[in-house]
Design a protein. Structure first.
Length: 117
């Protein structure tokens, strides 16, 4: 199936997609603050969305598309040569981040976007 948008329109649409401070992330910001977690803390490998340095807990909120949710991920029909490797790299990076943080003594928690809806 071909893309119904021009290359310029598709580029514009994609540039509008936020990668941080997304609605799911912001939906739990207040709760996490009350629990003593920092929002987008600096200096922690992998840039978790939230972290508690006192408890060594790193929390990531993963989008279903960007991180290949097993329940909701659907491979894109257009520009597959770009998207399939991109998503595969994201998944590989997530595993690496988990491994490195755990070796440093952190507990890693990942929450799917759909779990916050």
């Amino acid at each position: 199936m071909t893309d119904v948008h021009t290359r310029a329109q598709r580029s514009y649409n994609m540039s509008r997609i936020k990668s941080s401070k997304t609605k799911p992330e912001l939906s739990i910001k207040k709760l996490m603050k009350r629990l003593g977690f920092s929002y987008q803390p600096k200096g922690i490998y992998g840039r978790p969305d939230y972290a508690s340095k006192s408890y060594n807990i790193a929390l990531f909120i993963d989008g279903c598309f960007w991180h290949k949710c097993p329940k909701h991920y659907r491979a894109p029909k257009s520009n597959r040569l770009y998207w399939l490797p991109k998503i595969a790299r994201n998944v590989k990076r997530d595993r690496k981040v988990n491994c490195i943080l755990r070796k440093k003594g952190w507990k890693v928690i990942r929450i799917w976007e759909h779990d916050l809806k």
